[in-house]
Ligand binder design. Sequence first.
Ligand SMILES: NC(=O)c1ccc[n+]([C@@H]2O[C@H](COP(=O)([O-])OP(=O)(O)OC[C@H]3O[C@@H](n4cnc5c(N)ncnc54)[C@H](O)[C@@H]3O)[C@@H](O)[C@H]2O)c1
Length: 351
Amino acid sequence: MAQIGMIGAGSWGIALTWLLLQNGHQVTVWSALEKEIEMLKRDREQKEKLPGVVLPDGAEFTTDLAEAVSGAELLVLAVPSPFTRSTAASLRPYVREGQILVNVAKGIEENTLLTLSQVIEEELPQADVAVLSGPSHAEEVGKGMPTAITAGAYRKETAERIQSIFMNDVFRVYASPDVLGIELGAALKNVVALAAGIADGIGCGDNAKAALITRAIKEIAGLGVKMGGHLETFFGLSGIGDLIVTCASMHSRNRRAGILIGQGYSMEEAMKEVNMVVEGVYSAKAALGLASRYGVPLPIIEQVNEVLFSGKPAAQAARELMMRDKKIEITDDVTWGKRGEGEQPSLDLEL
Ligand SMILES: NC(=O)c1ccc[n+]([C@@H]2O[C@H](COP(=O)([O-])OP(=O)(O)OC[C@H]3O[C@@H](n4cnc5c(N)ncnc54)[C@H](O)[C@@H]3O)[C@@H](O)[C@H]2O)c1
């Protein structure tokens, strides 16, 4: 049994609290919002953000950060990305040297182009920062539906400790040393989810959706590897896995906002209608900043930016993607000719 501090009481924070309670841990949930804590104390349910998930015994609720942090073996930072820096800064007086802090938010800070773990490390140099990410909608995790996800950390023991705290027979956790790759996949898939929604909104079909997902993961991997991420991460749970779920599911607020934009709403109108933080909008600009810093083309993400911030009609953006110059699908240093003859290189993947 572990003592956990859950920093953030939105849908993901509460779904993870529910999961951790199933695993027999004690959780102290913190929120910046007094009203939220009152609701949780009274109803043991986040009625606005995750209705239907009632928390069993084992959880305490507080607006006092010191109470959530002291005595906790591990902290989970579950506030939306625009609040990551301010919340991490407020945590500074309370976090112990080497205390594990698992960030579960997804995003890139717009003005600094830092990943969220880099932001947290700036604010909390004493913390052992890790991440947890993958295809995992709160609505399904909170019902005990099977989910697989990746825990990234710099120390193997930290990743393995997170694995054993979170894992159960419906929640499978893989460990990884590639914190950067995991975070880039997580942040950039939100931008592509907007594109997937826009494609739905203008009436594109399944063919277009599949093409978008496939081409987008290549785009994300191109940038991610250049920045130091591991190629395999982008074809793993926190990469292609999260991209698939977010582009296909109506639980995705980014996709829902995209659908409205495809139907003619402005970005502001769509964000208002969805009534939640649409993180892809923030990460879209940051992704372009990274693309120019690292000299990597991001054709889909560029078009999303044009639609969001320059008023380009969504149908025109889709047409321009279709009409790009002819390309060869695989890297062009591969020679032409028949395959399968002679000795083939082996690919020893971890399964
Ligand atoms: N919801 C999911 O299914 C899911 C799954 C995986 C990852 N995530 C990620 O987790 C993060 C949180 O998402 P969510 O769905 O829980 O969001 P949410 O919109 O449900 O949560 C909003 C919460 O943010 C907190 N908050 C509001 N103002 C604040 C402030 N000024 N300072 C600090 N906290 C404040 C409040 O607790 C509020 O309930 C996001 O980065 C998201 O991408 C969400």
